[in-house]
Ligand binder design. Structure first.
Ligand SMILES: C[S@@+](CC[C@H](N)C(=O)[O-])C[C@H]1O[C@@H](n2cnc3c(N)ncnc32)[C@H](O)[C@@H]1O
Length: 189
């Protein structure tokens, strides 16, 4: 089983990259989006697997998945912490999901178990290490407070560094980690 982990910095919420997998048979997007831009990867993946393939897009709240429309694309409401997850997928992909879920280690194992032998898992999660790398005390103070508030709510914004060990524990092999950091200027938004 092969795995890829991406770190995202706080400002680069990019659509899930599903192009890492050469196995296009029966695949599943572990979490599709509430946010319109993330529906595009679901449609793209459905087009890639073709009429004989199958894609499942899931979220605990499928409100924004209802706009998905492909004959080989199934939308399923699923709580990844406890609902049964089918097995035997060539690709399991989740973006910006695990850092929200206190049971993230168990969920990582559940997602890994859904991958068939030789298949892939692609997880994209943030690691906010870069936000404290600033010369501005005000910016550092803001992010320190934000991260502390998030941790108090059960959100792990340092999960990026923890996914590879979690996948190792889940029995995955050939783990590859890619991190990106984007610089941004205050007031430029
Ligand atoms: C930050 S959003 C990311 C959405 C999407 N994956 C993306 O990349 O744009 C986190 C998503 O996780 C979903 N979520 C939270 N807890 C969940 C759970 N227990 N099972 C399944 N999805 C969950 C939320 O409904 C939300 O859509």
């Amino acid at each position: 089983m092969k795995t890829t982990v991406s770190w995202l910095c706080p400002r680069c919420w990019i659509p899930t990259c599903v192009s890492a997998s050469p196995c296009w048979g029966r695949s599943k997007a572990g979490s599709a989006s509430k946010w319109a831009p993330a529906t595009a990867p679901c449609h793209w993946l459905a087009d890639q697997v073709g009429p004989s393939g199958h894609v499942t897009a899931t979220d605990i709240d499928t409100t924004f998945l209802d706009r998905l429309s492909r004959p080989n694309l199934e939308v399923r409401q699923l709580d990844v912490t406890k609902d049964p997850i089918r097995e035997g997928y060539d690709l399991v992909c989740a973006r910006a999901l695990l850092h929200h879920i206190p049971e993230r280690l168990d969920v990582t194992k559940r997602l890994a178990a859904a991958v068939k032998p030789g298949g892939f898992i692609l997880l994209e999660e943030p690691d906010f290490h870069s936000v404290l790398a600033t010369d501005s005390p005000a910016v550092r103070n803001f992010w320190s407070g934000f991260i502390a508030w998030a941790a108090n709510c059960g959100i792990d914004y340092y999960i990026g560094r923890r996914i590879a060990p979690a996948l190792d524990q889940a029995g995955m092999t050939e783990i590859d980690v890619h991190g990106e950091t984007i610089m941004f200027q205050g007031g430029s938004a």
